[in-house]
Design a protein around this ligand. Structure first.
Ligand code: ZN
Length: 372
């Protein structure tokens, strides 16, 4: 059985190699000087994932396939008389020449990105793949080279066509500036561009405050924004011991308002407990920024933010920090529970271990022990 599998695998591998190196299509492409050195799936997968305009992705695909109407090909098919490059008239016009090896193209690339290693000695397809994988930023416009390159490639071909059909040649410098402008516009309009993701795993946990500080965790929850919202919070000492927790139903408000309501309630309760040194953790960066920065009185949350700042001024020291949601699960449960409670602030003064576990089950969260 094992030998059968091995034999099958070997046969498949042989067929695969044969399809790349020895099939009639590859042989014909080789004879036509049209051979793609990449295995088809690998090459095209990378081309179609390039972050650029669809027409440019399509153009790069045509380049790799050498399906453009360049002079050397047209001459070979007896469509035109000369196979020479319409720009330099020194060499036959191939895809490599017009986009990479022509003097015009060389000057264009050196102006576009003088500091980057374009590796223009690579074969065409490898050269394209190399450049669309280069995420270094252009020093002039801070746009990644991987974004600029497809636009530049497109511009070179577009410029070649303007010469052939309109007898109009853009100077390399002007062409270069136009490419930078278009690539930068695309980059800022479609800011989803990401370098290859590097997933960095970090451990998050609740950190106790340094004595004599207390720690307040607050959280807001909203289904929609605005939507049915609630707030929750809890206070613990440096040993992680529960002092109190609270939940409040807020009715219909935005998610950011729910976060600030939670902070207001938590600060108010800490003051009532005569706490003067307080560390506050929230998982909403936007809420923290709103509290830290003075806003116009016309801001819809200005009165709530003023209340927060006024309450914070009552402490000897209060530190406001962002912490990941995952380190704040306990307060998340309290916040979500608020939606089922009354509109006033519901305070829980016990440890509530059993209560929280039952809440977790109701909310569909796994019933692991709550750390506090
Ligand atoms: Zn040329």
């Amino acid at each position: 059985m094992g030998s059968t599998v091995t034999a099958t695998a070997m046969t498949t591998a042989t067929v695969k190699i044969a399809r790349i190196e020895f099939c009639s299509k590859s042989a014909y492409a080789l004879a036509e000087d049209n051979y793609c050195p990449f295995p088809t799936s690998d090459c095209w997968g990378k081309i179609w994932k390039i972050n650029s305009l669809p027409k440019i992705r399509n153009f790069l695909w045509l380049c790799c396939q050498k399906k453009l109407a360049y002079n050397a090909l047209l001459h070979k098919r007896h469509i035109i008389e000369s196979n020479l490059c319409p720009i330099c008239f020194d060499h036959p016009e191939t895809v490599e020449h017009i986009l990479k090896d022509c003097d015009y193209a060389k000057e264009f690339w050196s102006l576009l990105n003088p500091s980057s290693n374009l590796n223009s000695n690579l074969p065409l397809v490898e050269w394209i793949i190399h450049n669309v994988g280069n995420y270094n930023r252009n020093l002039d416009i801070l746009t990644p080279h991987a974004v600029i390159f497809p636009f530049a490639y497109w511009a070179l071909w577009h410029n070649r066509n303007k010469i052939v059909f309109e007898q109009n040649l853009l100077l390399p410098k002007d062409n270069c500036e136009a490419v930078k402008a278009k690539a930068t516009e695309f980059y800022h309009l479609f800011g989803k561009f990401k370098s290859p993701s590097r997933i960095e795993r970090i451990m998050v946990k609740w950190d106790p405050p340094t004595a004599p500080f207390y720690k307040l965790n607050t959280d807001g929850s909203a289904i929609g924004s605005p939507g049915r919202a609630s707030a929750g919070g809890l206070l613990r000492n440096h040993l992680g011991q529960w002092i109190w927790g609270f939940s409040r139903n807020l009715g219909l408000v935005s998610s950011i308002a729910a976060e600030i309501w939670a902070l207001c309630d938590g600060l108010d309760m800490a003051i009532k407990c005569n706490i003067s040194l307080l560390s506050v953790d929230m998982d909403a960066t936007e809420a923290i920024n709103l509290v830290r920065h003075e806003l116009s009185l016309t801001h819809p949350l200005s009165s709530l933010l003023c209340d927060c700042r006024w309450l914070m001024s009552k402490f000897d020291t209060v530190c406001l920090e962002h912490k990941y949601h995952e380190s704040n699960r306990c307060v998340d449960i309290l916040a979500r529970k608020g939606a089922t409670l009354s509109y006033h602030c519901n305070i829980f003064e016990d440890h509530l271990v059993g209560y929280l576990n039952s809440l977790k089950l109701m909310l569909g969260v796994s019933a692991t022990p709550v750390m506090y």
